[in-house]
Design a protein. Structure first.
Ligand code: NAP
Length: 252
């Protein structure tokens, strides 16, 4: 069977890499967890759903003649990255991490860094009654569920589970990319006092941070979870050069 590249996907960078590799005729399979109801479909072959843990992933890699794996999952998707590391080291398959750089604060920013969503919720509560813009995705919203003092504008791609939400809230379904004027309007229209975000990084969702800066709003920002030491690049172009090299070696 022809050697192929597996992209662990779910990000814009993963789709850009699939475009590059497929454009060059490199056999590529993208893998999605299946969390989003209408995902943006990458170029090339697609599989959807968990593998069933690291051992099952290792078996899947062998069965599908995978010559190289690029872990291009979201910076906050820690479990699949751990799984990829274990499965590839077990099967001797080269692994590369494609991860966009995190955001860094600039002049005028009022950022408070926290370790997780529980700390983020505590930081919000400590500020006193506020109107909060929550852009951390639909997972982990339960950390804010017990907070009746603050009002929340919750933005996510798919509807969150109503049982795990703060009582005083408005849910907006959207997936970006977002613009600076659009985010300024969002903050103004809802009289937002504080923004809560993960350090996802990237240009597609950074406009909210620029809008918060423009309005001098405080931001509570969740640090990325630690990732194991794996060779890492920041751009799809670099990852495509690496993957091409390994497919050539695997097919030779
Ligand atoms: P996670 O906690 O790291 O993964 C949980 C389980 O979901 C994994 O053990 C694996 O199941 C399965 N999984 C995750 N990503 C997968 C993929 N690309 N292909 C196949 N199975 C996958 O991940 P998460 O935080 O729930 O994120 C799920 C997906 O959404 C990721 O692919 C990520 O790129 C994307 N995403 C996440 C965030 C975020 O903030 N976490 C934001 C935007 C996009 P098995 O153990 O059964 O193999």
């Amino acid at each position: 069977m022809t050697a192929r590249v597996l992209i662990l996907a779910g990000t814009a960078e993963a789709r850009a890499l699939a475009d590059l590799l497929c454009g060059d005729g490199i056999p590529t399979i993208s893998s999605l967890a299946g969390r989003v109801s209408r995902p943006r479909v990458p170029a090339g072959e697609l599989r959807v759903g968990g593998f069933g843990g690291p051992e099952a992933l290792a078996a899947w890699l062998a069965l599908h003649s995978i010559a190289a794996v690029v872990d291009a999952t979201h910076p906050f998707a820690a479990q699949i990255s751990r799984s990829a590391r274990q499965a590839t080291s077990h099967g001797g398959v080269p692994l590369l991490r494609l991860e966009r750089p995190g955001w860094t604060s600039g002049r005028g920013d009022r950022w408070t860094w926290v370790s997780d969503l529980t700390e983020a919720a505590a930081a919000v509560r400590a500020r006193g009654p506020a109107r909060v813009f929550l852009t951390t995705g639909r997972q982990g919203l339960a950390a804010f569920a017990g907070d009746a003092a603050n009002w929340y504008l919750i933005r996510c791609v798919d509807p969150p589970h109503a049982a795990a939400l703060p009582r005083r809230r408005l849910v907006v379904l959207d997936r970006g990319p977002y613009t600076f004027p659009g985010e300024c309007a969002m903050l103004a229209d809802h009289a937002i006092d504080v923004l809560v975000t993960k350090d996802s990084g990237g240009r597609l969702t950074e406009a909210k941070l620029l809008a918060a800066r423009a309005r001098s709003l405080p931001v509570v920002i969740v640090r990325r979870p630690p990732h194991a030491e794996v060779p890492t690049v920041a751009t799809p172009a670099e990852a495509s050069v690496w993957a091409r090299r390994h497919v050539a070696a695997g097919s030779g």
